[in-house]
Write a protein of this length. Structure first.
Length: 259
């Protein structure tokens, strides 16, 4: 038999008496004191008596729901940039030279795509082919050359495209009686050379004591010797002496007026 223990509180007097349950008895087997019954009745008649002194956990305010942040969207996969996306517009008949940057695309063969600069000897390193001389060729001739090499031993009817991505740094120097003497890069649209009057303008124009009729140009030749050219820039500016092209590597010196 299961034993139960019940605690009965004695009537309220000046002193407190605790009645301990006897073994083997329950609350239903004992008579509750009259005073305790009256006290219980009064308590039940009070407004809200059932909830007096009680705390209902279900009525307690609930903490606001916490919404978990949704997973951040995965980054979009990187996309390949087209090799020819940065191509520059080369003049008609332009021939490649050392340090030019080119892009080579073999259609249908992504592994053979190349974007690089010709080395100092004018060669470009290509997959399967190794080092190939391209300096001195136009873009059309370079594409035909690579088509021939790839079709000879590796591919059947390859289609090759060659584009110019960037010119090699081509510089010229202007010294003497100009406002900003120094070395300058060729304009992007004129990689092969710039007009003498434009070159002087790039250097800031003439000083107050400049002698435009006394301009000299030092030019390197293939033989290794320097050539000195004398030009009357005043006549060139008037259209009387034709035009003169300053090419990469030239050094222009504007003389000083004697008077």
């Amino acid at each position: 038999m299961t034993r139960s223990r019940t605690i009965i509180v004695a009537p309220l007097h000046n002193h407190r008496t605790v009645l301990r349950p006897k073994r083997g008895t329950t609350l239903t087997e004992r008579r509750c004191p009259r005073a305790f019954v009256l006290l219980l009745a009064v308590w039940l008649l009070l407004p809200g008596g059932l909830s007096l002194g009680q705390s209902n956990v279900f009525d307690a305010p609930r903490p606001p729901a916490i919404s978990l942040p949704s997973a951040a969207p995965s980054a979009a996969p990187a996309q390949d940039v087209a090799i020819g996306g940065g191509a520059v517009s080369a003049p008609s008949g332009y021939r490649l030279s050392a340090n030019d940057q080119v892009a080579v695309e073999v259609f249908g063969e992504d592994d053979l795509r190349t974007n690089g600069r010709l080395n100092g000897e004018g060669n470009l390193s290509l997959p399967l082919l190794g080092s190939v001389q391209l300096a001195g060729l136009t873009l059309t001739q370079a594409a035909a050359r690579l088509t021939e090499l790839y079709g000879r031993d590796y591919l059947v009817n390859p289609k090759v495209n060659v584009t110019l991505v960037g010119y090699a740094r081509r510089r010229f120097t202007v010294l003497g009686q100009v406002s900003r003497p120094g070395s300058y890069e060729m304009p992007e649209g004129s990689p092969g050379g710039v007009d003498l009057i434009e070159a002087i303008a790039i250097a800031g124009g003439y000083t107050r004591i400049a002698a435009p009729e006394r301009v000299s140009i030092r030019r390197h030749t293939n033989s290794g010797n320097d050539q000195i050219l004398k030009v009357n820039a005043k006549r060139v500016a008037k259209g009387e002496g034709g035009t003169f092209l300053v090419i990469p590597g030239d050094t222009v010196t504007v003389g000083e007026s004697i008077f």
